[in-house]
Ligand binder design. Structure first.
Ligand SMILES: *Cc1c(COP(=O)(O)O)cnc(C)c1O
Length: 369
């Protein structure tokens, strides 16, 4: 018997999940193509009501991307020039970028070192008379600590806008993420837990006025065609993506359960490995493991990453540079954000796809040992 080298383990493998859903996905695509309606048609409407009821919110508004969902959500709340929005620098660039896009200023607050989400104890010191909103990011699929965040927001009369791009289906004290703020933004980018075959996103809210404004903004500032009331965007969701997302939404809880199962295998295996800190699930929350991200301590993270690559295990660093150290913000943000900087140096995201099997996880854990 010839010895075959084990194949590489990619960070993300989208195809097995697509294969599982192949017939339903192809039927959905064929139906849209035959209908001849491609933008904001019946599938978008159906996805919006199915997604709203999945979360338990009144309104869901389909848009072109998660980034647009943040921009449109912020603008629908009236956030604009002169306003400050409190968020963390340890996130994808789209989070602060959306704040800047609406003309407001992101004010960065550090994260807590265990969950990588905004540290509520640091929020109040960052509030000024210009502060309009707090924008917590449920990073890697982990819930932010929403009770103290909401309490602070209520006390200072601030809006809360959640960035749920990485945590669709996650929960905090039994309630789905995206239902805690006045508005929330979701991304259905192909790598996210609920994934389209292209760019797509959703704004959700319980507020009728915010929903109406978001609907206007996504379509050139108009509800009725050619009755443009405000300067908006071309951020309509298309029928193909909506039809695909409707199929995939029915499997989301199952694929999130699979991610949680894989995470538990990883954590069990890695608990005996020195120098690796597995992710922490805050009690009372349900982490949906968009990423399984460990912290590498007492060792050079990039060297560990290279050694794993030598053994055929691909990993990623989300994010190697915190947003306040990137060119658009580095000159204006002068305060130290040491926990975010430390996280950028030590985090490592391991392969995570709902189809990952126990023996592959064992191989990855073995490579760590
Ligand atoms: C993916 C992501 C976004 C942006 O979503 P897109 O659909 O890629 O525009 C925003 N915030 C976070 C935290 C993300 O991970």
């Amino acid at each position: 018997m010839s010895k075959v080298a084990p194949s590489r383990v990619p960070v993300l493998d989208l195809l097995p999940e697509i294969e599982d859903q192949w017939d339903d996905l192809m039927d959905a695509i064929r139906t849209v193509v035959r209908s001849g309606r491609f933008i904001l048609g019946p599938n978008v409407g159906a996805l919006e009501s199915e997604f709203a009821s999945y979360l338990g919110v009144k309104h869901a508004i389909g848009v072109n991307s998660g980034t647009d969902a943040l921009v449109i959500g912020l603008r629908a709340l009236g956030v604009g020039p002169g306003d400050e929005v409190i968020t963390t620098p340890f996130t994808f660039f789209a989070t602060p970028e959306s704040i800047s896009t609406v003309g407001a200023v992101p004010v960065f607050v550090d994260i807590d070192p265990v969950t990588f989400t905004i540290d509520p104890a640091l929020i109040e010191a960052a509030i000024t008379e210009r502060t309009k909103a707090i924008l917590p990011v449920h990073l890697y699929g982990a819930a932010c600590d929403m009770d103290p965040i909401r309490e602070i927001a209520d006390r200072h009369d601030l809006q809360v806008v959640e960035d749920v791009a990485q945590a669709t289906g996650g929960r905090y004290h039994g309630t789905k993420l995206g239902t805690f703020g006045r508005a929330a933004a979701f991304s259905f980018f192909p790598s996210k837990n609920l994934a389209a075959f292209g760019d797509a996103g959703m704004v959700v809210t319980d507020d009728d006025a915010v929903a109406e404004m978001a609907r206007k903004l996504r379509a050139h500032g108009s509800i009725a065609k050619y009755a443009n009331e405000t300067i908006g965007y071309n951020s309509r969701l298309d029928e193909l993506q909506a039809a695909i997302l409707r199929v995939r939404l029915t499997r989301l809880d199952a694929t999130n359960d699979a991610r949680r199962r894989i995470a538990s295998w990883y954590t069990e295996g890695l608990s005996a490995v020195n120098g690796v800190v597995p992710p922490h699930e805050r009690p009372g929350t349900e982490h949906v493991f968009h990423q399984y991200t460990v912290r590498v301590i007492d060792r050079d993270r990039d060297a560990v990453r290279d050694r794993l690559a030598d053994r055929g295990i691909d990993t990623m660093v989300y994010y190697p540079v915190p947003c306040h150290r990137l060119p658009p913000y580095e000159t204006s943000v002068t305060q130290a954000l040491p926990v975010s900087e430390e996280a950028a140096r030590t985090v490592l995201s391991l392969p995570m796809s709902p189809s990952l099997d126990a023996s592959t996880v064992e191989r990855i854990v073995g490579a760590f040992r």
